[in-house]
Design a protein around this ligand. Structure first.
Ligand SMILES: [Zn+2]
Length: 178
């Protein structure tokens, strides 16, 4: 159900509100969605979510989106409340990793610990050279961000299934209409 195409868990989280410009489509409808998204994300974390956790995740997601957008643009200063919320989470403990004798590693955590990890991931991205490789999907309507890890930096779409293939089909139709 969820797609993880952004190469960073924090960017994948931002993508759970799709088509932000003209027809916002929420992907996190219930606490179960939050649990499922978190388990499927690169955090690979099993968490328990309740309605308050759902609200909290959406709140932090939107805060991250505002700040990421401002940091990539020239919007300064950043909103004070957003800066405070992100710093609070960045300083909070993250998920717990535990190594077993059989070599397996399990990751456990709460929603707050998951959010702490996601915020650190985002700040880490903002702090480093990879920020220049964070791109907008070439589909005008799509508002998903992704980290372009291709060697040539030539990736254009968030993913082929939703945007890349649609663009190719449209181009094909346009060619054959004339
Ligand atoms: Zn896209």
């Amino acid at each position: 159900m969820f797609v993880y195409v952004s190469n960073r868990p924090s960017l994948d989280l931002l993508g759970t509100l799709k088509w932000r410009r003209d027809r916002p489509e929420e992907q996190l409808h219930s606490p179960a969605d939050v649990e499922s998204w978190t388990r499927g994300s690169s955090l690979g974390l099993t968490v328990q979510a309740d309605p308050a956790a759902l609200e909290r995740v959406r709140q932090v997601r939107e805060c991250l989106y505002r700040v990421m957008t401002a940091v990539r643009g020239a919007d300064r200063p950043l909103p004070e409340a957003d800066v405070a919320l992100l710093n609070e989470l960045a300083a909070a403990p993250g998920p717990r990793l535990e190594l077993a004798a059989d070599g397996r590693v399990t990751r456990t955590g709460t929603i707050e610990q998951s959010l702490a990890a996601l915020v650190r991931d985002a700040l880490d991205l903002m702090a480093g050279p990879d920020l220049d490789r964070v791109k907008d999907c070439a589909n005008d309507r799509c508002t998903r961000l992704y980290l372009d890890v291709s060697r040539a930096g030539s990736r254009r779409w968030c993913g082929m299934s939703e945007c890349g293939n649609a663009a190719k089909v449209n181009a094909f139709r346009a060619r054959h209409r004339t």
